[in-house]
Design a protein around this ligand. Structure first.
Ligand code: S3P
Length: 454
């Protein structure tokens, strides 16, 4: 297994960024990570063929593809497309060997749900970061359905699960705002007789519900007056492959380019084909409140999702208060928002950040440490962060950031170095390939300066 998450591995690749001229150009970001994972899962499960375009070819997603192959799906790349021949709902094969999910929380947790009810043993392993992350949030509802769990260290990877002869449908109220937990229970419901129901008090990204319907599952979603959602899925129905499944561009990857363009003087960048699903647009809303010039151009539908092009121009920003209620719609964007806030006039306050503690790293601690290393005034609480900015970036930078095997920490602080007075370096850029392998090429193509660091 790889190095401890708190230390870069011997194969770490330190990288630095420095202030340059304006960023200019038009770019497309790669496919959405959440939807790409689900495309492999649903495509591999559904009967018949699914042809996917725009899939994110990041390491996390490819690990999910490998796992589906190990369980019987045929998955091939064909030029710009991926062709998936699924096994049919209920017909996954017992995998040979372990399923290695690398760094991928979404892939591992959703697959645990998917195979949970099967009457065979599946073993999950991952890297040092994934092996620290809590899996009980997914295993607890699976246990209620009859799934057995064997783990050396409580509810952490490596672990094995084994389903009962017949799983029991449950009604599960998701105790934290987590699309992964919601999705794992729904995936488990696919191979469970009767109706599996998930109650979601706080809405999170809804890709699983949408794709269930798109692949032909009988799923019903209701939202009450208080905004509580009830998702009822009829188990053991047929799923059919989707002949032309389109993955829109990832707004969580676009975020790094959007913030870079806002911070670097004179910049004018258009990011094409970004997913605009309202469960994913909290960062855009927040940046606009801060005074950002972000034009939403050419809004359209693509593969059943709202997408648009974003034209972003360098803008002076002011500090704002970001309510806790917005966290689910921008949960992966706080590290780069903290970087934007470092250049805003005044203080930005972010609340409701408890889930950041259990991401690829303890992201709240990693962000705070990165801000400290680069001279940014900030305060960290148990579930909140305040950042006080320097609009001209003077005195900022000069630090080395520990990334803790976390791609978003690496990209966020590289964005900081494009605008801060002194360069910023990160201890390891290799993890960027888990979600956004094109990041360095796109930043350089727009005129950003990235260079190897020692
Ligand atoms: C994801 C859900 C979120 C998010 C992750 C992707 C998904 O995690 O942080 O990057 O695809 O369902 P949580 O469910 O832990 O909030």
């Amino acid at each position: 297994m790889s190095a401890d998450a708190s230390h870069p591995s011997p194969s770490a690749r330190p990288l630095a960024s420095r202030r340059t001229g304006a960023l200019k150009g038009t770019v497309s970001v790669p496919g959405d990570k959440s939807i790409s994972h689900r495309a492999f899962l649903f495509g591999g499960l559904a009967a018949g063929r699914t042809r996917v375009s725009g899939l994110l070819e990041g390491e996390d997603v490819l690990a999910t593809g490998r796992a589906m192959r190990q369980m019987g799906a045929r998955i091939e790349r064909d030029g710009a497309h991926w062709i998936i021949d699924g096994v049919g709902n209920g017909a996954l094969l017992e995998p040979e060997g372990v399923l290695d999910f690398g760094n991928a929380g979404t892939g591992s947790r959703l697959t645990m749900g998917l195979v949970g009810p099967y009457d065979f043993t599946t073993t999950f392993v991952g890297d040092a970061s994934l092996s620290r992350r809590p899996m009980g949030r997914v295993l607890d509802p699976l246990r209620e359905m009859g799934v057995q769990v064997l783990a050396r260290s409580k509810d952490r990877l490596p672990l094995s699960i084994r389903g009962p002869r017949v799983a029991a449908p449950i009604t599960y109220r998701v105790p934290m705002a987590s699309a992964q937990v919601k999705s794992a229970v729904l995936f488990a419901g696919l191979n469970t007789p009767g109706t599996t129901t998930v109650v979601e008090p706080v809405m999170t990204r809804d890709h699983t519900e949408k794709m269930l319907a798109g692949f032909g599952a009988r799923v019903h979603v209701e939202t009450d007056a208080a905004g509580v959602r009830t998702i009822a899925l009829e188990g053991q129905g047929d799923l059919q492959g989707v002949p032309d499944f389109v993955v829109p561009g990832d707004p969580s990857s676009a975020a790094f380019l959007v913030v870079a363009a806002l911070l670097v003087e004179g910049s004018d960048v258009t990011v094409r084909n970004a997913l605009m699903n309202p469960t994913r647009t909290g960062l855009i809303e927040t940046l606009r409140e801060m005074g950002a010039s972000i034009e939403i151009l050419n809004p359209r539908l693509s593969g059943g999702e709202d997408v648009a092009d974003l034209r972003v121009r360098h803008s002076p920003l002011r500090g704002v208060s970001v309510p806790a209620s917005r966290a689910p719609s921008m949960i992966d964007e706080y590290p780069v928002l903290a970087v934007a806030a470092a250049f805003a006039d005044g203080t930005t306050r972010m609340e409701g950040l408890e889930e950041l503690r259990v991401k690829e790293s303890d992201r709240l601690a990693a962000v705070a440490a990165g801000l400290a290393a680069n001279g940014v005034a900030h305060e960290e609480g148990e579930d909140w962060l305040t950042v006080t900015g320097r609009p001209d970036g003077s005195g900022l930078g000069g630090g080395r950031v520990a990334t803790h095997l976390d791609h978003r920490i690496a990209m966020s602080f590289l964005v900081m170095g494009l605008a801060s007075e002194k360069p910023v370096s990160v201890d390891d850029a290799t993890m960027i390939a888990t979600s956004f392998p094109e990041f360095e090429g796109l930043v350089s193509g727009l005129g950003g300066m990235l260079e190897p660091a020692s």
